[in-house]
Design a protein around this ligand. Sequence first.
Ligand code: NAI
Ligand code: 15L
Length: 268
Amino acid sequence: PAPRTVLLTGAAGGLGTLMRSLLPEYGYTLRLFDARPIEQEPDAITADLSDKEALRAAVRGADAILHLAGISLEAPFEKILQSNIEGTYNLYEAARREGVPRIVFASSNHAVGFTPTPRTGDPLIPVDTPHRPDTFYGLSKAFGEDLAQLYWDKHGLETVSVRIGSCFPEPTSVRMLSLWLSPADGARLFHAALTAEDVGHTIVYGSSANTRLWWDLTTARELGYEPLDDSEPYAGKLIAEQGEPTVGNPAHGYLGGHFVNDPPIWPR
Ligand code: NAI
Ligand code: 15L
């Protein structure tokens, strides 16, 4: 049966706020969880992913979890370790113990950020391309995907790992012309990931059907995802402001864009 009650971790964040407004249209009842309090949401659970008891109570009775909580940019390793690596482990352990059958994990393009972007005529980047994290942040997403695989193989807990591109109301850089996931397509994709049958551990790329796509959306479409948006209408304005994407620029030559240079490694 389709999940009804979904625990949304990271509910106070940018993506969490977008999904709080969009996902109820699909019939879900959302249970909200974040380390930060959420205005006008008195029932939201305000707790950290390090609080194992709070996590056990939060996941109890949920049909699925949409796991968005975590540090969402590069940060010192110790912080990434606590929130993204240990925090995601704590969540999986709580889900396993409470019998929650499925997690949709917010992975990121930065798990494979050092993958060169395709040149004209090259194939799109497939989901089985090796992990090439561009930051400690990306490394934590690679860990999350492997954790998901372990919990599927060992415990039968299903995950869809969504390597999100850039999910914001509008694309704001020429790089995002390739990676943009419109919020409406984000909700479509998460809905597909929450409801598709027999996903085991499936990795998908998360973007709209952009004209300038760098990666292969086949596994996402196999879940039933049908993207309806394309960043191309924004191309003229962004290119006029920022110039054409050029492969010599690390921001365009690698999937992870400017993250590959954070902290700076170029010019060598
Ligand atoms: P955000 O930084 O706006 O929100 C993250 C939320 O997680 C925050 O509200 C924060 O309080 C919460 N959080 C962080 N550490 C926590 C902890 N230890 N315990 C409890 N809550 C904690 O990030 P955004 O943009 O909303 O992203 C959501 C998720 O999607 C993140 O995991 C991010 O890595 C991932 N993602 C987002 C992309 C995007 O385009 N927005 C692209 C790729 C991945
Ligand atoms: C991410 O993983 C970040 O969470 C988000 O803030 C954006 O920077 C996005 O990747 C991106 O690559 O544009």
